[in-house]
Structure formats: structure tokens, C-alpha cells
Design a protein around this ligand. Structure first.
Ligand code: FPP
Length: 232
């Protein structure tokens, strides 16, 4: 079974449009699915779940959609905090917090702290996250260490750079799922997914059930992963 599953939750807007409703209605329906999938993880041996909630490119959406999504995140964190804590979920956030509003950032910090003793499922929420942006921010921090004389540039290798990424405490994803029929990775976990398997499903995120998650995760178990080597 995959230890770490990452999900690009796509298709909320189309799901809502198909029902003649505003896009935000789809995001609300999508948020409801998050709980179901988080709770399914332990049943399938998935220890780490990373979800793409908001990308560095999503700021280009209309002001109404962006502020609606931010409101949804704040509301979600308020409403779900206790349930996440009680079901043993450890929550972390990745992405650049600088552009997020103060209230949201405070809630994120509090939830990370509140759930820091949990380990049943590690839920990582990517918020204002972009893979290239993450590598650029990591490089900036690494360069500062070099400039301060604390790091010898000759010793820098993949492991060194990985230590500066937002994901430094997480294992690499084994499986990346994208819903809604698009076969793109959209700047998600670029560095970390070097050897991940990808699964693109047609289902729109608000329709992605526990049963479908089970099917995809079980399908992964039957794949042979070589990591670049030739197996006999
Ligand atoms: C992509 O669908 C989805 C998003 C940009 C937002 C993802 C957010 C959620 C599922 C909300 C809840 C998450 C948390 C952590 C509370 P889209 O709008 O790009 O859909 P489309 O491709 O059909 O337009």
C-alpha cells in the first residue's frame, strides 16, 4: 500500500456549474470530501495524505472566488479542528504563508500545535503552494546559510536541499492522484514526486468517494516500482 498519497482535488468548479450553482458551492462540497478521505486513510495503510487546497497560481481567479476560498479555509479550520484532533490526525501546512491573511495563519499555527502529538494520519494541506516557489524559497534559505558561513557549498547535495523544503519532515509521495480528468501536475510537489506513481481519474473531486479512493490505492499496490533500477 502507498505510505504517502498526495491529491490534486480538481473539478469543484465544474461540479457546481453542472448543477447551475456558483463555483464556491463546489468548493464547499469538495471540503466535505476531505474529511471522508482523511478518515479512510488508516483503513488502507496510508499514513500521510497531502492535499492541494490552493496554489500560488490560484490568486489569478476572481477576487470573489479567492476571498470565498479563504473564508472557506478559515471556517473549515474552525469547524474541523476538534474532530481532526480527536481522530488522531496530525495537521501540517506547506506553502508560502506570507501572502495569507493573519487570522488564517494564526489558525494554521494553532492547529499544527494542537495536533502535534498525533500520529494516526499525517494530513498536510498545501495552501498558497507551488513546487517551483517552494524550491526557490528553499534555495534562498540555503544561500543564506552559505553566506553566513554555516554551510559549505561543496557539500550541497539532494539531501541538503530537501532539508530546506517545506516538506522536510515528510516522506516522498508514493502515489499522486488527480481528479476531474486533467492529466497535469500543475506545480504540485515537483521535487518530491520524482518517483511517484500518478493516477488520473475522471471523477470530479466532490464526487470522489472513499470507495474510489480504495480502488485507486489498492490498484497502486499491484504496480511494480523500479526507482530507475532493473529488477530481475
Ligand atoms: C480545484 O477545483 C479546487 C481548488 C482550487 C480548491 C480546492 C479546495 C477544496 C477542495 C476546498 C477544501 C479544502 C480544505 C483543506 C478545506 P477547480 O475550481 O479548479 O475546479 P474546475 O477545474 O472544475 O474549475
Amino acid at each position: 500500500m502507498p505510505r504517502h498519497v498526495a491529491v490534486i482535488m480538481d473539478g469543484n468548479g465544474r461540479w457546481a456549474q453542472a448543477r447551475g450553482r456558483p463555483r464556491l458551492y463546489g468548493h464547499h462540497a469538495g471540503a466535505k470530501r476531505v474529511r471522508e478521505i482523511v478518515e479512510a486513510c488508516p483503513d488502507f495503510g496510508v499514513e500521510y495524505l497531502t492535499i492541494f487546497a490552493f496554489s500560488t497560481e490560484n490568486w489569478k481567479r476572481t477576487q470573489a472566488e479567492v476571498s470565498g476560498l479563504m473564508r472557506l479555509f478559515r471556517r473549515y479550520l474552525t469547524r474541523e479542528a476538534q474532530a481532526l484532533f480527536e481522530s488522531g490526525v496530525r495537521v501540517r501546512f506547506i506553502g508560502d504563508r506570507v501572502r495569507l491573511d493573519e487570522t488564517l495563519v494564526r489558525m494554521m499555527d494553532e492547529l499544527e500545535l494542537m495536533t502535534a502529538g498525533n500520529s494516526r494520519v499525517h494530513l498536510t494541506v498545501a495552501l498558497n503552494y507551488g513546487g517551483r516557489d517552494e524550491v526557490a524559497r528553499a534555495t534562498k534559505r540555503l544561500a543564506r546559510e552559505v553566506a553566513a558561513g554555516r554551510l559549505d557549498p561543496e557539500t550541497v547535495d539532494e539531501t541538503t536541499l530537501a532539508r530546506f523544503l517545506d516538506t522536510y519532515v515528510l516522506p516522498d509521495p508514493d502515489l499522486v492522484i488527480r481528479t476531474s480528468g486533467e492529466a497535469r501536475i500543475s506545480n504540485f510537489l515537483l521535487w518530491q514526486s520524482a518517483y511517484a506513481e500518478y493516477e488520473f481519474v475522471d471523477t470530479l473531486w466532490p464526487d470522489f468517494t472513499r470507495a474510489e479512493f480504495a480502488r485507486v490505492v489498492t490498484g497502486f499496490a499491484s504496480r511494480e516500482r523500479r526507482f530507475g533500477a532493473v529488477l530481475g
